[in-house]
Design a protein around this ligand. Sequence first.
Ligand SMILES: [Zn+2]
Length: 247
Amino acid sequence: MTVRAAITFDVESDCPGIADSYLGIKKGLPRILKILDEMKIQATFFVVGSLAHAFPKVIQTLSSRHEVASHGLTHSTLDGQSPDHASELRRVKRLLEEVTGQTVEGFRAPRLRISSALFPSLVAAGYRYDSSQAMWLPRHRRLQLGQTSIVEFPLSIPNVFLRFPGGLRLYKTFFPRGNPPLTLFFHPSEAVSMVHPLRAAGIQAEGLLMRPDRWVNTGVPFVNRLRKLLRFLRRRRFSFAPLRDFT
Ligand SMILES: [Zn+2]
């Protein structure tokens, strides 16, 4: 029996609000695309709309083989109740569609900050699905889609687990099966060693110790684990597709 799986990436600066460099897009993304090409996997890339001007070629390359979806206009959070949200969501959708020439159907909230109030705005802006809900966050269990037509693809497991000691084993033991599809998310910056960009952004040793999730096993160890994880899932007959194919 095949089980559905979506591999997704949030395309943004290296550490939004902290390290606004783009080594992830410049160096990490090609490493990730190489693995996906090798394994003939189509993924979904949730792209911050403001990058459409800075990296149009990169986004076009992504859309030629994969799905491009929306990760907000500037990575600022949209979880409050504001009538402006629908227009911002519409704007980022239009920006990405102009660059890719394809319809943008999906949304993932910056920082996974979402409220039930945002779902009607997503419908108003023309989105078909959302993938912001995190199975491991208690506050997300109370989210209500209401009467909207939005399809929700909750994230199955925190991205950082793959990089922590024993992480790969954890994924192999606890990956969920069936419905909804296994939905994994990572960032291009995880495929680059993040110690230097964080130091360059002024984060001291103390700050690095406080937030190991931001840098532990980024770079080559992450790339190797991602490849191993995807090979494992394929051996277990997971079938990979971009999220839009599951709606
Ligand atoms: Zn993000």
